[in-house]
Ligand binder design. Structure first.
Ligand code: GDP
Ligand code: IMO
Ligand code: MG
Length: 429
């Protein structure tokens, strides 16, 4: 069996949670492979909204095992809050959730370091989610980190204290922070005690054995390709690889095991936090997109920056990820727009090109737009592609033609059922 992958092609918040929840039905395992509680994946089921941060979005489906893979960084405090919220909904999370022992732990002092680093950067800050992601991955690659499996060892308290002391020494370089470390630590240790009761496995064996037994696996990405530590808009990125290759290192599966790669894009584009965004709209159209799409961060509540869809950017993400099919979300948000635009190329250095430059902030980079007529009608209840207004179909087919990858799913609302599948007429190799 193979591992299918679902990931975001833009700057995150493409609607991954909703689509994973929908597709999870067809899989035996749903696995997160990178990132941590910087993610906010929204599911709306029977009118009830849940935002997942660390737990995979297959958790609402019966008979599915949800794995937090080794590539993920876990904050015990946030993970326990999520578990509590789901238990309150009547889900038996302990039965459905498995954690890889090699996943790294976010300590309260990692969050302090994140906040201190952001504060020190002033106007140049990354705009991080302040969840301690950067410092935790730094400790992982610096070979100082603590891992999930360590919580079961007798020397865990000593290891924790040593790492905390190191963090406190580093924090002396920064101005004082408003952070109640004692209270946060109390919560953290209480959560660690609870997590000791959750099933932990050697994730790489667990997943490979499942594949050998003929089980199907869906890998759920967090963030988006433009936030990838290598290929994103560095340094305004997250601290993990968010692209398909990270599935191999974040779960322990070989490259030959990768099956379908489902790339998700909104019908427009958003970004939260700092950094370049070529098609960003600073005018009332951008504000209209924000209001119509309720574009406020699921993790931090910050307003998301909004703009038109960017074809060169999407083609770049498709190339890096090896995307085999596309899902377009939030098509309904464009329903009140008279005109819809797509950036089809960039102009810089006196030429028109599809290639993303080394630095997307490059002076003079100007997206070139194609304008299409909007459909100006509500499409939210429609579940048959053929019944959609002609202008919606023209827009979808134009995107498909420009991106050269079939669009197989179109999302028309935040609820689980607001989705229509489509037989693409595109001939693929
Ligand atoms: P994720 O991080 O990729 O899982 O996405 P988020 O949950 O952070 O943000 C997506 C937001 O859009 C959430 O509020 C979803 O409920 C909502 N959403 C997802 N798909 C659609 C859609 O097709 N239409 C509308 N209107 N909202 C959607
Ligand atoms: P999901 O999975 C959108 C952004 C932050 C910031 C940068 C670095 O919900 O799509 P970090 O806390 O990772 O060090 O922040 O990355 N960011 C996200 N933006 N969606 C996310 O996740 C994000 N996770 C991180 O806003 O700009
Ligand atoms: Mg999100």
């Amino acid at each position: 069996m193979q591992v299918d992958v679902l990931l975001g092609l833009q700057w995150g918040d493409e609607g991954k949670g909703k689509i994973v929840d929908f597709l999870a039905d067809k899989y035996d395992l749903v696995c997160r492979f990178q990132g941590g509680p910087n993610a906010g994946h929204t599911l709306i089921i029977n009118g009830h909204k849940t935002v997942l941060h660390t737990i995979p979005s297959g958790i609402f489906r019966h008979d599915i095992t949800n794995v937090i893979g080794n590539g993920v960084v876990i904050d015990p405090s946030t993970l326990c809050e999520e578990i509590d919220e789901l238990n309150d909904l009547g889900l038996n999370v302990t039965e459905r959730l498995i954690i890889a022992k090699k996943a790294h732990l976010i300590l309260p002092t990692h969050r302090m370091l994140d906040a201190a680093s952001e504060k020190a950067k002033g106007l140049d800050k990354i705009g991080s989610t302040l969840r301690g992601i950067g410092p935790t991955y730094m400790d992982k690659t610096g070979r100082n980190g603590l891992r999930m499996g360590d919580i079961l060892r007798s020397d865990f308290q000593d290891k924790y204290t040593a790492l905390k002391k190191k963090h406190l020494r580093i924090l002396k370089m920064y101005p004082d922070l408003d952070f109640d470390l004692e209270a946060e630590e109390q919560k953290w240790w209480g959560s660690v005690d609870i997590l000791r009761k959750i099933q932990q496995v050697n994730g790489e064996y667990f997943i490979n054995q499942a594949l050998q037994q003929g089980k199907s696996v869906l890998a759920e990405g967090a963030q988006g390709s433009m936030l990838d530590i290598d290929f994103g808009t560095y340094p305004f990125v997250t601290s993990s690889n968010t692209v398909t290759s990270a599935v191999c290192s974040g779960l322990g599966v070989a490259p030959g095991r990768i099956g379908k790669v489902i790339g998700i894009t909104k019908a427009y584009c958003t970004r939260v936090g700092s950094g370049p965004f070529p098609t960003e709209l600073h005018d009332e159209t951008g504000e209209k997109l924000r209001q119509a799409g309720h574009e406020f961060g699921a993790t931090t509540g910050r307003p998301r920056r909004c703009g038109w869809i960017d074809i060169p950017q999407l083609k770049y993400s498709i190339m890096i990820n090896g995307v085999t099919e596309l899902t377009v979300t939030k098509a309904d948000v464009l329903s009140t727009f008279e005109t819809i635009k797509l950036a089809t190329s960039y102009q810089y250095d006196g030429r028109d090109t599809m290639e993303l430059p080394f630095d997307l902030d490059q002076a003079g980079l100007t997206p070139q737009y194609l304008s299409m007529d909007g459909w100006e009608s509500d499409i939210s209840g429609i579940d048959d592609y053929e019944v959609l207004p002609k202008n919606v179909k023209d827009f979808i087919e134009k995107m498909e033609q420009l991106l050269e990858v079939p669009i197989s799913l179109i999302s028309t609302g935040p609820e689980r059922e607001a989705l229509l599948s489509r037989e693409s007429s595109m001939v693929t190799a």
